[in-house]
Design a protein around this ligand. Structure first.
Ligand code: IMP
Ligand code: MG
Length: 178
């Protein structure tokens, strides 16, 4: 697995520190509020697991699974819901937890979809952001790291469902996917 990584972009230590920081800020911002974190399966799993341990106010968690229609190179803006929420979100302060914001399509769709269910507020926490790749407008309240336009794997991010278990975020060697 390690041999397929060209360069480690964000180390285990760097991620741990950043997640701690974000957790602290969320705890401060949402104190006294009914906070619900919604993880987007499956990429958000490591981030979600580490983040909730750094949040020291009461909160609940739920998960959604989505997939984009069509092939990955066309962005139709349509996202298919594979697994919806288990509970209602009305009047809750929703924080969507995602691995990375790339074109922004997935989160734009999710935010609009969930807004229809009348949450008290809705915000995004993303570990990574690739602003150069943005095709639709989306703002994340919490972002871990800004990354350039490389294909990244690890800490939840996959290539063909592999590499999610790497403890760091790295650039995948081009020969692996070309
Ligand atoms: P968006 O809808 O284009 O913002 O895409 C978001 C989704 O694309 C993320 O949740 C990831 O699953 C996937 N993705 C985007 N960039 C990468 C990457 O560099 N490595 C792995 N997955 C990525
Ligand atoms: Mg994802």
């Amino acid at each position: 697995m390690k041999d397929d990584i060209k360069e480690v972009l964000f180390s285990e230590d760097q991620i741990r520190e950043k997640v701690k920081e974000i957790g602290k800020q969320i705890s401060k911002d949402y104190r006294g509020k009914d906070l619900l974190l919604i993880g987007v399966l499956k990429g958000s799993v490591p981030f979600m697991a580490d983040l909730i341990k750094e949040i020291d106010i009461p909160c609940s968690i739920d998960f959604m699974a989505v997939s984009s229609y069509g092939n990955s190179s066309t962005t139709s803006g349509v996202v298919r819901i594979l697994k919806d929420l288990d509970f209602e979100i009305e009047d809750k302060h929703v924080l969507i937890v995602e691995d990375i914001i790339d074109t922004g399509t997935t989160l734009r769709y999710l935010v609009d979809y969930l807004k229809g269910r009348k949450p008290a507020s809705i915000e995004i926490a993303a570990l990574l952001n690739k602003p150069e790749r943005r095709m639709v407008q989306i703002d994340a309240k919490y972002v871990g790291f800004k990354a350039a336009d490389f294909f990244l794997v690890g800490y939840g991010l996959d290539y063909a469902e592999k590499y999610r278990n790497l403890p760091y975020v790295g650039i995948l060697k081009e020969e692996v996917y070309k």
